[in-house]
Design a protein around this ligand. Structure first.
Ligand code: SF4
Length: 227
């Protein structure tokens, strides 16, 4: 597998936000979201065997816990990542997979909790979602929309309603996009859409969705790596 980094931090997103988590960040992505904060994953990284990556996860979290497979786009390396996730499950880890929704989800092990990102128009990758992935979602999975403006919000709202997301998955998350060059201050001024505005839109429309702030960007400087 080609891996950019493996590190332990606080989970910043999803319903697991706030919990210690080991992140396995896979190299390469086939999308180019305008606000991407992980461009350093597009190239480079180091080649690791499943044994080496597993040993690093066990070193960082010897007593088990949460492991997130992220990227880049992890499922570009599905041939190796799928058995690796199964190994982690067999060791007793709770495994989260963060994926763009563009790659097929059908082969993901049943024990993995999928956090599927549906790209909104403002990402520049709004047409990337693979519709059949809706059928691969399980009741404990989560669907996330990263929102840059009102148009993105309306896209997410209408997508969630049209596809009955609240009945399909445990959580639907609306998360403000961060400015790509965000640095320094750890506050909401870096969000492309004001979290307060997003909260008010959600309430006004009576949506049963979770407002998700990327917690790690308020704990550490938003351009910090390995957190
Ligand atoms: S899918 Fe993720 S890693 Fe890929 S370009 Fe978009 S935000 Fe960046």
């Amino acid at each position: 597998m080609q891996i950019t980094e493996i590190y332990k931090s606080i989970q910043g997103e999803s319903s697991y936000a706030g919990l210690p988590c080991v992140f396995v960040r896979m190299t390469a992505c086939n999308l180019r979201c305008t606000w991407c904060d992980s461009e350093y994953t597009f190239t480079g990284g180091r080649t690791m065997t499943g044994d080496e990556a597993e040993a690093e996860v066990q070193r960082l979290a010897p007593d088990g816990g949460l492991v997130e497979i992220t990227g880049g786009e992890p499922l570009l390396q599905a041939k190796d990542v799928v058995p690796f996730m199964q190994r982690l499950l067999d060791l007793g880890y709770k495994v989260l997979l963060e994926t763009s929704g563009e790659r097929p989800l059908a082969g993901v092990p049943a024990g993995v909790l999928k956090i599927m990102d549906v790209k909104c128009p403002g990402s520049g990758e709004g047409a990337s979602f693979r519709a059949e992935n809706l059928d691969a979602l399980m009741p404990r999975d989560e669907v996330k929309f990263v929102i840059a403006d009102r148009r993105d919000y309306e896209f997410a709202r209408d997508f969630a309603r049209k596809n009955g997301l609240n009945g399909r998955v445990a959580n639907v998350i609306f998360s403000p996009a961060f400015k790509k060059d965000a640095a320094g201050a750890r506050d909401a001024s870096h969000c492309l859409v004001d979290p307060r505005a997003l909260a008010e839109w959600i309430l006004a429309d009576g949506l049963d969705v979770r407002l998700g702030l990327q917690m790690h960007k308020f704990i550490w400087p938003p351009d910090a790596r390995g957190v």
